[in-house]
Ligand binder design. Sequence first.
Ligand code: HSE
Length: 372
Amino acid sequence: MKLGIVGSRGMVGQVLMERMLQENDLKHFETTFFSTSNAGGEHPFSKISNVDPKLKDGNDVNELKKMDVIITCQGGDYTKAVYSNLRSQGFKGYWIDAASTLRMESDSTIILDPVNLDVIKKALKDGKTDFIGGNCTVSLMLLALGGLFKAGQIEWMTSMTYQAASGGGARHMNELLNQMKFFTDRVMATETNLSNKILEVEKNITGLMSDSAFPKENFGFPLAANLLPWIDADLENGQSKEEWKAMAEGNKILQSTKAIPIDGTCVRVSSLRCHAQALTIKLKKNIPLDEIEMMLAEHNPWAKVVANNKSDSLRYLTPQYASGKLEVPVGRLRKMYMGDDYLNAFTVGDQLLWGAAEPLRRMLHILLENNT
Ligand code: HSE
């Protein structure tokens, strides 16, 4: 199969390539790397056999058309600019995309194979060719709770998210660091023990957030020493687009016959890379906690049930622990005061792995299996 990879130098692209090299994925394909800014240039994978050593132009429909599969991490603007044109010029191959642009199109399938392999296989059988990665928090939540969804035991759910700067992209992560530096350079330049005047320091920091030199071009607001309770567009019904995705995408991924209500508040916090979520789950019936733990742990190899105690929670249920891992820790599992059919949970996962790159590279293997 001829594979075209677009956007391998961006942040999601780098994580994708790291995983593809770890798993030796390229050995199965004749691969061409595409770039929208450096056509004809070099790329770091030129020594690998069956890889075209030069970058091709990511906007060249005739070159793209030669591929059997295109995988893109180039972002939504690229998808908007190229996809329709490419299809109308006769591209019949598979389009695997990390961007959200095509996710909710009726011909698209959202890919999260540990949860919806049956849906993906059916789509392939039906001749579908667009396979799109899901929203990061939605994918991570479904992996963590796969066992309960599969058992059909979730009546409704609220999800309150704590989303890292990485969800915005590399420039956002860099801006968060610059915001932190902006404060510490100013309030800690001469001394680091400020506890005896901490209220004055806090006032100073809050004031610095309005300083005209404060770096906020990307977030638009301070994230360091702050949080931002709105992610993505305003749908003007009181909901953010990020919040809307939970139910819309979640049910599309599962192909639920009756939509499961999922709603909550999405919040950007100052963690760098991993997204976390606090979940309130209304179960259809009172299921004993040990059974729930077993269902979650057995559903897929990545969901890791964390014992609901202070030391394990602080050790394993954090962005610090989840960063760079495929594991999706899920814990704080307990029945709530509201009743035995109300379950509390907290989960965290790497936004760049299962939340973006991993489902894309796994889709390549599903295509290979489908072709043999
Ligand atoms: N929408 C996500 C976020 C990015 O802003 O955190 C990944 O889907």
